[in-house]
Ligand binder design. Structure first.
Ligand code: PLP
Length: 362
């Protein structure tokens, strides 16, 4: 009994992955114990982590001059780790396109206030209520930035930037809610990071993919656990890692390979998003305010023509077995998160429900 789950995070995990985890839970490969109970220094566990890294490298075609880390503290702790590792007395550029990139710059500004360097806001989409991104010709870009930070997919506002901006500084990108959803060219980025609980696996894990030349510049104030060079040296095991989440990420990577990899899943993601946006656009009852070229293919917020129907929509959708459609309180209305683990059939069930609801109440 598993129901269509449109949660923004922690999000749905593919059912075959959970079935395999269940199968292996008590006795992993005949060793008489669960992965949860293994030493992170054991040969078996190291093999699990190496397999996961090799798979991620192959799925994302990560070039050899990038290191891959499996850390803790979520994407939010990277908001601190980034200036602590990379600001280095210089100046960093930040683009604000919604709630998450807003939090990232706010955290970085705390380190600037300590004298670690300067933080420059290049542009903000606030005037449009984060439904659009200001044109790059209007950005206030620094000549000599240590790095340029942005969020590729604003989970709350449903706004996605599909191509990295053309800037000279190394690009640091938050891909928490869009990693592994469609092919990207890793070599265009200095660093990619993503909390696991959307497209990677359970919460408790954050992945950092960092170009080697960006290592070794951390501030002396940087906690060792946040120091990327240190974590590279320790193979993400400076302390006990999130062992079970890391293992489950490996099972998700197996599943992704079985689906045909990222290009194949990307095509399904496009179909899912098109089905949902077409339904919204072909009705006067539902609305999505985001500029079409920035509409997220992972998080689709929408409002109803009458907000007093929100409660009814949520009650009836839950009764119909469609879970977690409530929008974020900052945006209101509804939000359907349609990550990799959400099949096209679930989105079809959702749009069928939406059409029936519209007929009934419009
Ligand atoms: N960045 C984005 C785009 C997110 O969607 C989220 C969380 O949902 C975060 C950062 C924060 O992630 P975490 O809760 O792992 O710190």
């Amino acid at each position: 009994h598993r129901l269509p789950n449109f949660c923004a995070g922690p999000a749905a995990i593919p059912t075959p992955v959970l079935m395999r985890a269940q199968e292996e839970l008590l006795d992993w490969q005949g060793r008489g114990l669960s992965v949860m109970e293994m030493s992170h220094r054991s040969k078996d566990y190291i093999a699990i982590t190496q397999k996961a890294e090799t798979q991620l490298r192959s799925l994302m075609e990560i070039p050899d001059n990038y290191k891959v880390l499996f850390l803790q503290g979520g994407a939010s702790l990277q908001f601190s780790a980034i200036p602590l590792n990379l600001l280095n007395g210089g100046r960093a550029d930040y683009l604000t396109t919604g709630a998450w990139s807003g939090k990232a710059i706010k955290e970085a500004q705390r380190y600037a206030a300590l004298g670690l360097g300067e933080i420059n806001l290049v542009a903000t989409g606030k005037e449009s209520n984060f439904t659009d991104v200001p044109a790059q010709s209007e950005w206030n870009i620094s000549d000599d930035a240590s790095y340029f930070h942005y969020c590729a997919n604003e989970t709350i506002h449903g706004l996605q930037i599909f191509e990295p901006p053309q800037v000279d500084a190394p690009i640091i990108v938050d891909m928490s809610s869009c990693i592994l959803s469609q092919p990207i060219d890793v070599s265009k980025f200095g660093m990619i990071y993503a909390g696991a609980q959307k497209n990677i696996g359970p919460a408790g894990l954050v992945i950092v993919i960092i170009r080697e030349d960006l290592l070794g510049q951390a501030s002396e104030w940087c906690p060792m656990l946040l120091n990327y060079e240190h974590q590279v040296d320790k193979e993400s095991m400076s302390n006990t890692p999130a062992t079970y989440s890391w293992y489950l990420a490996g099972l998700v990577f197996d599943w992704l390979e079985e689906q045909g990899g990222i290009a194949a899943i990307g095509k399904i993601n496009q179909q899912k998003a098109a089905l949902l946006y077409d339904t919204i656009d072909n009705s006067t009852f539902y609305n999505n305010p985001v500029a079409p070229k920035h509409r997220s293919i992972m998080n689709v917020p929408f409002t109803l023509a009458y907000s007093n129907l929100d409660k009814v929509f949520l009650e009836e959708s839950e009764k119909a077995g469609l879970l977690n459609l409530k929008g974020h309180r900052d945006v209101g209305g509804m939000r359907a998160s349609i990550y990799n683990a959400v099949p096209l059939e679930w989105v079809q069930l959702l749009v069928d429900f939406m059409k029936d609801f519209e007929k009934k109440y419009a």
